[in-house]
Design a protein around this ligand. Structure first.
Ligand SMILES: [Zn+2]
Ligand SMILES: [Zn+2]
Length: 272
């Protein structure tokens, strides 16, 4: 029997790729019996001024209203998913300080202003080129967790959603294990959390980001702070695959996961 369900990664229609309003998300969460969720709409730092200023403000407004409206039945966290925060550290700080956020997710969707790695045609690339791209990706991710302000580091193996899941190119992560280990140590030393992003479980790749094996490696390094996020972009996916994910986390030895409010980790017991 699992304890309360808190989903730390959800998008509303204030994200360019989200489908439902915050109100619809709250109603669904209550219907599903979920204890709480963090609204973490996108803000790609390299595109902020052109595409995200209004979306970010609208997202914060909507979650603030919902927090008050549903305060007796749903625990809501006002979050943001910052893409490429290391692209412009000063701007990232400005964005985080603009609103009174509970929770900040740091993500690498692209390398600098390369554009989102979901848009790359990997079938046109040699395996060596794919490996080089991944090498640059993990180095950029390491830079992000080293120098940026954030609470959880999101979907560490994000490019595999496309490289393996869509283009069917198999990747040997052993090549990148030194950098991944550095990422884990940096996250731990800075007192930050690592995200288990469950979205891959409902996509072609059929595994979370990162894999359970990597979560175990993080735990073995002393990593205790983790968040779990569905990365839902539609209401049906809120808290998707949480029971099986909690089962895995429990099995490999995690006792708690975290849900952030006021930029502080609240520890949720995995098993009752
Ligand atoms: Zn993301
Ligand atoms: Zn997301």
């Amino acid at each position: 029997m699992f304890n309360n369900i808190y989903d730390s990664h959800c998008h509303s229609n204030n994200s360019h790729d989200g489908h439902n309003s915050v109100e619809q998300m709250c109603i669904t969460a209550i219907e599903k019996g979920i204890s709480g969720f963090a609204l973490t709409d996108h803000c790609e730092v390299d595109l902020y001024k052109d595409e995200y200023i209004n979306r970010v403000d609208n997202s914060f407004r909507d979650i603030t209203l919902a927090k008050e409206k549903y305060k007796d039945i749903l625990t809501l966290s006002a979050g943001i998913e910052l893409g490429q925060p290391n692209y412009n550290i000063e701007l990232s700080k400005e964005i985080i300080n603009k609103h009174n956020y509970d929770f900040v997710i740091a993500s690498t969707h692209g390398i600098g202003d390369s554009g989102d790695l979901c848009n790359v045609n990997y079938s046109n690339m040699s395996i060596r080129e794919v490996n080089d791209l991944l090498d640059r990706y993990f180095k950029y991710y390491l830079e992000m967790v080293t120098i940026c302000d954030f609470d959880t580091a999101a979907h560490l193996t994000y490019p595999l959603r496309y490289i393996e899941g869509v283009y069917n190119v198999k990747i040997d992560l052993a090549k990148y294990m030194d950098i991944i280990d550095e990422i884990f140590k940096t996250v731990i030393n800075r007192g930050k959390a690592l995200e288990l992003n469950t979205s891959g479980l409902r996509q072609n790749i059929k595994k979370p980001f990162p894999t359970i094996e990597l979560m175990k490696r993080y735990l073995d390094f002393g990593g205790e702070l983790i968040t779990i996020g569905s990365d839902s972009h539609r209401i049906n996916d809120i808290a998707a695959d949480f029971p099986v994910s909690l089962e895995f986390l429990d099995y490999i030895g995690f006792k708690y996961y975290s849900f952030y409010r006021e930029r502080k980790a609240n520890m949720i017991k995995i098993r009752l």
